[in-house]
Design a protein around this ligand. Structure first.
Ligand SMILES: [Zn+2]
Length: 240
């Protein structure tokens, strides 16, 4: 009985060490991982309403496996989650006579009209990775009137919780991947760099809506000082 109690103590100590928020981030050299919008509605795997090319079961499995390895290596993992009310301005269904992928002007900016997606508390909004992986999940796009590709702020400039969380955890460098290269991954990486983080984007762990916009997004990220790596290489990440 005593032995069992000791084992329990050791296990709980070990779990405390594993889950040790700020201390863990320091051990990880200030590197944090942001997994962008790996949600049912963006994947072919879940037959999502806005499924991005190349997001089959193998893709989701690869992202899951890589993220688990990074977590096991001690890096804190953050997720972004598109989380819209049903009457969101980015849905074509909320604009009369519009079709999916039409572009309108919204608050003076081009706004792509998407099929309804990631509606709060629907299966399509669920993150497909084990949520126990995440130190924090940052939701975005809750304001009906503004879209929010970036994990840091919406198109109206309203900040999410992201910067506050990263600051608290002592994060200085971000590894970013997920869906979609040309929208939310791009916007999150660019805003991360603008906020003073060193940002590394992993192309093979990301998927884009369209080849031309994805190519442009990669070029724009490079021009803004973001390191674009084809494959995840933590030695390159550490050296950047
Ligand atoms: Zn959205």
């Amino acid at each position: 009985m005593k032995k069992r109690f000791l084992t329990l103590m050791v296990v709980s100590w070990f779990l405390t060490m594993l889950g040790g928020g700020t201390a863990m981030a320091k051990d990880a050299g200030g590197i944090g991982i942001i997994v962008v919008d790996v949600q049912g509605d963006f994947t072919q795997h879940k037959n999502g309403s806005l499924a991005v090319e190349g997001t089959d079961e193998a893709y989701v499995g690869m992202v899951d496996e890589t993220t688990k390895k990074l977590k096991a290596a001690g890096y804190p993992i953050y997720a972004t989650q598109d989380w819209h009310p049903a009457d969101h301005a980015s849905f074509f269904t909320n604009h009369p006579d519009k079709k999916p992928f039409d572009v309108i002007q919204l608050h003076g900016k081009d706004q792509v009209l998407w099929p309804p997606h990631c509606v709060q508390n629907t299966p399509g909004a669920e993150i497909l990775l084990d949520t126990a992986l995440f130190t924090a999940v940052v939701q975005k796009g809750m304001d009906t009137n503004y879209d929010s590709y970036s994990g840091f702020q919406d198109d109206g400039g309203k900040k999410t919780r992201m910067e506050e969380i990263l600051k608290k955890d002592g994060i200085k460098k971000l590894v970013v991947y997920g869906i979609a290269t040309d929208y939310c991954v791009h916007a999150t990486a660019v805003d991360g760099a603008a906020a003073g983080y060193k940002v590394i984007m992993i192309n093979s762990l990301s998927r884009g809506v369209a080849p031309d916009t994805s190519k442009k997004a990669l070029e724009d990220m490079k021009a803004k000082g973001i390191l674009v790596l084809e494959d995840l290489d933590m030695e390159k990440v550490k050296a950047f």
